[in-house]
Design a protein around this ligand. Sequence first.
Ligand code: NDP
Length: 311
Amino acid sequence: MIRLEPPRVAYHLHMTTVPGTFPQPEVQKPVLMDGNALRDLIVEQIGARMAAAGSPHVCLATVLIGEDGPSQTYVRNKHKFAAKAGLVSRNETLPANCTQGEAEALVASLAADPTVHGILVQQPLPSHLNNDAVLALLPADKDVDGLTAESLGRLVRGEPGLVPCTPLGVLRLLEHYGIATAGKHAVIVGRSTLVGTPLAILLSRKGVDATATIAHSRTSNLAELCRSADIVIGASGQAGMIGKDHCKPGATLIDVGISRTEKGIVGDIDFDAVQNIAGAITPMPGGTGPMTIACLLENTLTAAALQGVKI
Ligand code: NDP
């Protein structure tokens, strides 16, 4: 695991003096939790760790099926940062109309290849393919996305293993920015196996010690529930659904949701509405997305170590 020194985040109350008046507190801006900067730091640290270990062969393989534009961009970025971190990476592609057998044969060949340490099957797969059957072929020690039944089982049981990248990225942001979690109430909006559920497990683990509540589309009084939280994580994909009514003063707000709108990419959090209320906030884009890549690389190193590479 990559350990990072937390920055010295200070919540100063700045005072301005207008002649003839008492000093007035300035409106407090939240701390911006910069995922791009933290990703770059983690990539640098992985690179240094690889160099110190004598640059062993550590390989990440991605499987991209079809021509989905955002998926192509995500995969390109994963390879770009893998190279920066000193990892070898390869991208295996199949056409959108490939058969289930072809998809499974490709993943099985990577699973059996001892020179490949981490395998990521880019989601979503074309709808005619059985995603679960493809994922089931991934050995848990190569499952750098942490999405197989065995990886999720290890997470629930607190056993060593690979943890889904986006939830891990959220944890790294909280650690790095010195956001207290022990005894704090975290509300996660979204209950998928990709984000919401593993994040709730990670936040409530011993050592992190938050009290995690999972909310979803059937939760009543969502605003009130979020307002009671010290940390709110939006992972619903509903643009701007978390606003000032969902935010208690000083709360930490983390945006995982991604919605593509006419205004560009926006998150679940109405960033402008909570500006004068939140204590810390991630931008969207530039927050959790880059951290997902950083944690994929961190997971690839963990995977290589699980397979006996000395790092
Ligand atoms: P899913 O669609 O699988 O899950 C969305 C969850 O949000 C569901 O649990 C759903 O509830 C809940 N939800 C939907 N609408 C509401 C609502 N109005 N109020 C409360 N809860 C609601 O999505 P994923 O978990 O896969 O992804 C979530 C978002 O995160 C997406 O926008 C995705 O693009 C983004 N994402 C971002 C990443 C990053 O790196 N930043 C990485 C991965 C995903 P229910 O279960 O009841 O339907």
